[in-house]
Design a protein around this ligand. Structure first.
Ligand SMILES: N[C@@H](CCC[C@H](N)C(=O)O)C(=O)O
Length: 261
């Protein structure tokens, strides 16, 4: 079978996207999905997404996300932004979108080529002695470090991802350094990729909310520098929760192709 695919990237977090409106790709084919994401034997990507028909009233489409290991996973923020750009490319949407992903409904808008993706509200942020933990659609462990550029993200991230209390289920692990009052640098070890990626959208969102929660910033608009580019997170802090959370940044079609599978 010949499969048409699209390769997208959002601040260097890269994805294979397949238009699965005909539901022809088998979601349980873990081997095929991991091969498509393989950088030596396939196309190469941090994850793969299917754009599927809307399942809920008012939606434009459904998002299905797989990590590079071929397993369906929790929400991908950069992936969501790329899928919105893909929906616009296909002509399914113009500048606004409503879609459902594994963590629920998302609204999005494209303004001047930049994708504004609404993330889920967050009401619980765990503040431990040496790290924070929260779920922004995907689980995120956050640790503040010095000299982030020299930090061994792979070794330390792998140890935390596999250790207590996460073990097999795992967590994504983010290392943060403050640049200025409303600006932070972040590097992320992603579970399911089992490596550092150049950027992680749900991770960047988690860092922005966590830094606000512990008073490292008072701003409700936070700039985050990743290894693959700059993202912005905006939100409103109410008494009980963080609402109107938006992940903002570019999403780009890199190439389109066909692969035998
Ligand atoms: N790259 C993503 C996160 C993808 C999911 C993650 N690897 C997990 O399994 O939790 C993002 O941009 O949010």
């Amino acid at each position: 079978m010949t499969l048409t695919f699209y390769k997208y990237q959002g601040t260097g977090n890269d994805f294979v996207i397949i238009d699965n409106r005909q539901l022809s790709l088998d979601k349980n084919n873990t081997k095929l999905i991991s091969r498509l994401c393989d950088r030596k034997f396939g196309i190469g990507a941090d994850g793969l997404m299917l754009l599927e028909p809307p399942q809920e009233e008012g939606d434009d489409f459904t998002m299905v996300y797989f990590n590079a290991d071929g397993n369906e996973s929790s929400m991908c923020g950069n992936g969501g932004r790329c899928l919105v750009a893909f929906a616009a490319y296909l002509g399914i949407i113009k500048n606004t979108a409503i879609f459902t992903a594994i963590d629920g409904k998302h609204k999005a808008e494209i303004k001047n080529g930049i994708v504004y993706l609404q993330m889920q509200d967050v009401s619980t942020i765990e503040n431990h002695t040496d790290h924070l933990f929260l779920d922004t659609g995907s689980p995120h462990h956050i640790a503040i470090v010095n000299d982030l550029l020299q930090y061994d993200v792979f070794a330390k991230g792998k140890e935390i991802r596999n250790g207590a209390p996460y073990f097999e289920k795992g967590s994504n692990v983010n290392f943060v350094e403050k640049n200025e009052d409303n600006s932070f640098a972040v590097r992320t070890y992603e579970r399911g990729v089992e490596d550092e990626t150049l950027s992680c959208g749900t991770g960047v969102t988690a860092v922005a909310l966590a830094m606000h929660e512990i008073g490292e910033t008072q701003n409700e608009e936070v700039a985050i520098k990743t290894m693959g580019g700059e993202l912005k997170v905006t939100f409103t802090k109410t008494e009980k929760r963080y609402t109107d959370v938006f992940l903002i940044g570019p999403a780009e079609l890199v190439f389109k192709g066909e692969i035998e599978c």
